[in-house]
Write a protein that binds this ligand. Structure first.
Ligand code: SAM
Ligand code: SF4
Length: 356
């Protein structure tokens, strides 16, 4: 049995461990729970730490990426995914870095679609390469996309992303909608001094389009944390700006979170507006996910450094049963939530290495 030390500090074990693996019928996948009774069945997979943009809130312009040999190969990734499926994982999100720069992306989507438990495969992308990739990704089994777009002004868009061309993203959104990668969700991180005014034109997109436009509070990570903490715009301020310009926001979905977003609708709007508030209103109680980094660690909480190395045991010959035991134990130790309010900031990775 291959076992690497768990870096996460162990939370109190408040519920009885669920090991339905012993009692299930052979063909039935298990369900996996953490020590707080949360059913963990959603895997976010960072396919690469590389990106074709350099967003100011995500990475420094002179970022150094990991050497290729440190990243999981397709075969290693597929082995881990088969194990996640055995553990009952049914929702997968591809992210990065920028997932569309990973060679073989379409094949990876097809492999996930073929897992027996898969119900949904989503992808978070900057959209630059979607115009060309939307159709083959849809054909391979991708369900839908979240596309990042922080401004509708080409100059501001370039300033935020450092290298980006807004036109390419708009074409990517159109292609995604055309091939049915829907419902379309747009993500905007709101940064003081860069795009706090842009929440209004972005929110106004929902008047005409059946889209979900989501505004995200910027989170602090490692070397970029000082900038991120100075630049945060709270959900409360975003809402006030939108209501002042476009009218009252009516709560949707009975106030229930859609993933991590709380949803609202402008009067008469076709689409909805979501607010993701990890800093001012953490949603840890409903967390159902873990993350696989491109270099093969299982990250148990986005905003905590605790990770479990899967690549080393895999490269030393661990079998799927061994990996299943390691992952089950790791998930049991998933921390309750983050400690941003206490000033504890994740330090071992920046956002592009985790994937959001
Ligand atoms: N490259 C893809 C993209 O930009 O959509 C996927 C990876 S990116 C890390 C995933 C999401 O995280 C994007 O919506 C991005 O805007 C968001 N993001 C990046 N850095 C962030 C930060 N410090 N705080 C909050 N969200 C962030
Ligand atoms: Fe790249 Fe996405 Fe980070 Fe922007 S947010 S630099 S697109 S990984």
């Amino acid at each position: 049995m291959f076992r690497e030390p768990l870096l996460a500090s162990a939370p109190l074990r408040v519920v009885e461990r669920t090991t339905d693996v012993a009692t299930r019928a052979p063909s039935q996948p298990s369900r996996t729970f953490d020590a707080f009774g949360r059913h963990i069945h959603y895997l976010r997979i960072s396919l690469t730490d590389r990106c074709n943009l350099r967003c100011v809130y995500c990475m420094p312009e002179q970022v150094v990426f990991r050497p290729n040999e440190e990243l999981l190969t397709d075969e290693e990734l597929f082995t881990i995914l088969r194990v996640m499926s055995r553990l009952g994982f049914d929702k997968f999100r591809l992210t990065g870095g920028e997932p569309t720069v990973r060679p073989g992306l379409v094949e990876i989507v097809r492999a996930i679609a073929e897992l027996p438990t898969t119900r949904e495969i989503a992808m978070t992308t900057n959209g630059l390469k979607l115009a060309r990739l939307a159709a083959p990704l849809k054909a391979a089994g991708l369900s839908r996309v979240n596309i990042s777009i922080d401004s509708l002004d080409p100059h501001k868009f370039k300033r935020i992303t450092r290298w980006g061309n807004l036109h390419d993203v708009l074409e990517g959104i159109a292609a995604a909608e055309r091939v049915g990668l829907t419902p379309i969700k747009l993500n905007a991180v709101v940064i003081r001094g860069f795009n706090e005014d842009d929440v209004v034109p972005l929110a106004a997109l929902t008047l005409e389009h059946d889209w979900q436009v989501r505004f995200i509070e910027v989170m602090p990570f490692a070397d970029v944390a000082a900038f991120q903490q100075a630049a945060i715009v709270t959900t409360q301020e975003m809402m006030a700006r939108i209501e002042a310009a476009l009218g009252p926001l009516e709560i949707e979905n009975g106030g229930k979170l859609d993933g991590e977003a709380r949803l609202y609708r402008l009067p008469g709007a076709r689409g909805v507006i979501g607010f993701i508030s990890p800093v001012t209103a953490p949603f840890c109680a409903s967390c159902n996910r873990v993350r696989l980094t491109a270099d093969g660690t299982l990250r148990l909480c986005l905003l905590k450094d605790g990770e479990v190395d899967l690549k080393t045991p895999l490269r030393r010959g661990a079998r799927e049963d061994d990996l299943e035991a390691i992952i089950r134990e790791a998930i049991w130790l998933k921390p309750w939530g983050h400690d941003l309010a206490e000033g504890v900031i994740p330090m071992n990775r920046i956002m592009s290495e985790i994937g959001g």
